[in-house]
Write a protein that binds this ligand. Structure first.
Ligand code: PEP
Ligand code: MG
Length: 842
């Protein structure tokens, strides 16, 4: 803004539509002939989505309100509420005294205000001109039958506006449940009309058509007659829109039959992510610390959602609420974008959630509670509970179940408010959620968590890896439809096949139980033999080690006959806390892991944070492609003090147990040299402890291709097939849509592995610690290419050893060689299935 502009009153245009606001500004600017009136727009939730947002309005006011202050012009309904809220959010509360919220009509008011402000008028004069802006139009159109609106300083007549009345019958099989109600509410956005609905069949209402929570409480079921009462300038347009929508059954598909027994979707999922059978009630994620939480529930850090010690002022508490809802809105918008890939119907679930977040009635109730002294958590919880109760008292079971949406959104905001991850279960059963962070998987109570179903995600995400490590059956990429499964309904899943059956008939339950029993027999046979070495039929010893994240994993690995720990993902010690663990805490944890596996070699990987393992106290700039950004060794080298402390802890433990140090995500020799220098410094004057070996993860395709240059600095290599595959095939590892593409048996990935094994032969041993190491079809190829250690989740160790013991290495070499010439992973899998068949490991 120029110095001149700062002397003028600033204008803020608040509208539900960004396009509308920008066009209005263009129009007003034409009248200014270059005069520098500061005008800011806070309109729409994005370019295309209608809505208003208090935070953007606040920022717009702060941008234009100089010493002369600002006048805010708004369009309809919630624009006014949001602008009022924005005043309370201002960083400098005294600024609110210099801001006038104008009741003027948006376009005419803006033009009048801009022209007046350009002349240097003060904000009262600017606001008055804006408010009188309709006079000219009214005078021009004056006809004896219609009176011009009263000037701003005159009391308007208290007259009920004429109401249009229309009626429709609900044709949707489940009535006006969340999705059609969301369509209805969305269609009313941006209209200059007051629209109310009454359920003529039950006498319910009237309720405002702009409030999702209220529309749902109409209890409008299939066949109910609903009256539409509309007034205001665009009343007839509102009625027409509403009737047309009702006619189209609110854009719900015609065939709304009961959910099919086998939950299927158009996309690639559901995908098997962690073997095992689970049969149990659906449990959503969340409800941190609520009074109805079941015993044994806990949130991040093992505690109930913490209340702030001292509630702030209503304005401060409101600020917390708006910040939390903004965070959750971004999260839901991301889910919505993912769901959109499966079709608009799927994305509709999240539209309902977004509307709930912005629901005027809900937010107004929160505000009332804050004004009467409640803090943000209490006000939000109380207001959500009211809505939830209204919904759960509805007579129709399907609509009642939609109270789940309210709970889900309520819990998400509560989690954002309290800084917890809300990783709780309301009771034992199968967790159904959109996504899980690795931290959440580790937090969830293992006794209650019988299985996991995720709408998104892929089997090589860290959440899936952890589910396998914990032996929790999981199915991922199941599509957002699963988020609508009513809580408590019975679900059966097979995490080895990806099958997901809702309300399973007795026959399916029997089949699943039989599978579970057969697998249990087989796994107990494998476990009985697990302690012994795994040698191929031609006598070559293959180390089968375990991937760990905790002491519990280490105990499980020792119990299952692991030959060592091929990968300790130390980052799990760094997640979900306020500060990094210090050297002593780290050393104690690593030593405890080593002691849980006495005498066995432990491979400690340095912090591999970033991408899907963010660490809150190591803030990173927002990255468009976090997997290609500052993760792994790149982050550690940027935070050398952390790397130094970690390596010092490694060295301390290495003086007491056989330790490997492993550096993740190495791309260049200079990174490796640099990391080694920090290791040598951390080791101190005595030098590296005896027996300490240094290795690097091979995860970056370029590093695989130039591996020979790294060897002089190394004692071993460990191929991370999860990342190597995602980078080689440009297929993000957590993305269900490309999960089938991200197959480590792609001949391109195998060619990289062969190159690494050939270059390393005779110099250093090669391990594989990605998930491919536990894949029954990948194992013979990896061994055939030259890998001599496989590191897998602890529960997989016995089965991997069993698989190795059935293989002939020469045969593996021949099959691996042929695989390299095949066109794709599917062909490789077909080849191995016929040449070296194995029973499923699950
Ligand atoms: C890998 O990338 O294969 C690997 C083992 O590391 P992480 O899964 O922890 O990224
Ligand atoms: Mg990796």
């Amino acid at each position: 803004m120029t110095a001149d502009a700062r002397d003028l009153v600033g204008l803020v245009v608040v509208s539900h539509s960004r396009a509308l606001a920008q066009a209005a500004v263009t129009l007003a600017s034409q009248m200014l002939h270059g005069s520098p009136v500061p005008i800011a727009v806070a309109a729409g939730l994005d370019e295309l989505t209608l809505g208003t947002d208090a935070l953007s309005i606040k920022e717009a006011i702060e941008e234009v309100a100089g010493p002369a202050g600002a006048v805010v012009l708004m369009d309809l309904g919630s624009a006014v509420l949001s602008a009022e809220l924005a005043l309370e959010l201002l960083e400098d509360p005294s600024m609110a005294d210099r801001v006038v919220l104008s009741p003027a009509p948006l376009v005419e008011g803006l033009v009048a205000a801009a022209v007046t402000a350009a002349g240097g008028a003060d904000r009262q004069a600017v606001a008055a001109e804006a408010q009188n802006a309709l006079l000219a139009k009214a005078a021009q159109l004056a006809d004896p039958a219609s009176e011009a609106p009263p000037p701003a300083d005159q009391e308007p007549a208290e007259e009920e506006p004429a109401e249009l009345v229309a009626e429709f019958t609900v044709a949707n099989r489940h009535g006006l449940h969340a999705r059609p109600a969301a369509r209805l509410v969305g269609a009313m956005h941006g209209l200059d009309a007051r629209v109310r609905l009454r359920n003529l069949s039950t006498g319910g209402g009237p309720v405002p058509a702009g409030s999702l929570t209220r529309v749902a409480t109409l209890g409008a079921l299939h066949g109910h007659r609903v009256a539409v009462l509309a007034s205001g300038r665009q009343a007839s347009e509102a009625v027409e829109r509403l009737l047309a929508l009702a006619e189209r059954r609110f854009d719900e598909p015609v065939d709304e039959g009961p959910a099919p027994a086998l939950v299927q979707r158009d996309g690639p999922g559901p995908l098997p992510a962690s073997p095992g059978i689970a049969i149990g009630p659906v449990r959503p994620l969340g409800r941190a610390g609520g009074p109805e939480s079941a015993p044994g529930n806990r949130t991040a850090g093992g505690q109930a959602a913490a209340e702030p010690a001292e509630p702030g002022s209503p304005a401060q508490e409101w600020r917390r609420v708006t910040a939390a809802t903004a965070t959750v809105r971004r999260e839901i918008e991301r889910y919505r974008a993912l769901a959109q890939q499966a079709g608009p119907q799927q994305a509709g679930i999240f539209d309902a959630h977004l509307l709930l977040l912005a629901d005027e009635e809900l937010l107004a109730d929160v505000k009332v509670r804050l004004d009467s002294g409640a803090d943000a958590v209490a006000a939000w919880t109380g207001a959500v509970a009211v809505v939830e109760q209204q919904w759960s008292r509805l007579p129709d079971a399907y609509l009642r179940a939609r109270a789940e949406d309210v709970r889900a959104v309520g819990a998400q905001v509560l989690a954002a408010l309290t800084g917890t991850t809300a990783a709780t279960l309301s009771g034992p059963g199968i967790l159904v959620a959109a996504e899980l962070t690795p931290g959440q998987v580790t937090e969830l109570d293992g006794d209650a968590l019988h299985g996991i179903v995720l709408a998104f995600g892929s089997p090589s995400s860290h959440a899936a890896i952890l589910a396998r490590a914990r032996g929790i059956p999981a199915v991922v990429g199941a599509g957002p439809g699963v988020l609508e499964l009513p809580e408590g309904s019975l679900l059966a899943i097979d995490g080895a096949t990806g099958e997901l059956v809702l309300d399973p008939p007795e026959a399916i339950i029997a089949l699943f139980r039989q599978r579970a029993a057969e697998r249990a027999i087989r796994s107990s046979t494998e476990r009985a033999a697990a302690a012994g070495p795994a040698c191929t039929t031609d006598g070559v010893r293959i180390e089968v080690a375990a991937n760990l994240g905790s002491q519990a994993d280490a105990r499980a690995a020792a119990d299952r006959g692991a030959d060592g720990a091929g990968l300790v993902r130390t980052e799990f010690l760094f997640l979900h806390r306020d500060a990094a663990p210090d050297r002593d805490e780290q050393a104690a944890e690593y030593l405890a892991i080593a002691r849980a596996m006495p005498g066995l070699r432990i491979t400690l990987r340095t912090l591999d944070a970033g991408a899907d393992k963010p660490v809150s106290y190591l803030p990173l700039p927002t990255e468009d492609n976090p997997y290609l950004g500052q993760r792994g060794i790149r982050l550690s080298l940027a935070r050398r003090e952390l790397l130094f402390e970690q390596l010092a802890a490694f060295c301390e433990v290495a003086r007491q147990a056989p330790i490997n140090v492993l550096f993740p995500m190495i791309s260049t020799v200079s990174e490796l040299r640099d990391a080694r220098r920090v290791l040598e410094d951390a080791a101190g004057p005595g030098g590296l402890p005896d027996g300490l070996r240094v290795g690097m993860m091979v995860e970056v395709p370029a590093a695989a291709l130039k591996i020979a240059s790294f060897l002089e600095c190394l004692d071993f290599l460990s191929i991370g097939t999860n990342d190597l595959t995602q980078y080689a095939l440009a297929a993000e590892r957590g993305n269900a849509a490309v999960a089938a593409l991200a197959d480590p048996l792609d001949p391109g990935v195998l060619t990289l592995i062969r190159h690494v094994c050939r270059a390393a032969a005779g110099h250093v041993p090669v391990a594989v610690c990605g998930e491919a190491a536990a894949d029954e079809l990948a194992i013979p190829v990896l061994l055939g290419l030259g890998a001599r250690e496989l590191s897998v989740s602890a529960p997989s160790v016995p089965a991997v050893k069993a698989r190795v013991r059935g293989l002939d290495l020469d045969r593996c070499r021949a099959v691996a060689q042929s695989a390299l010439d095949l066109p794709d992973a599917a062909a490789v899998r077909a080849l191995i299935s016929s040449a070296l068949p194995a029973d499923p490991l699950s």
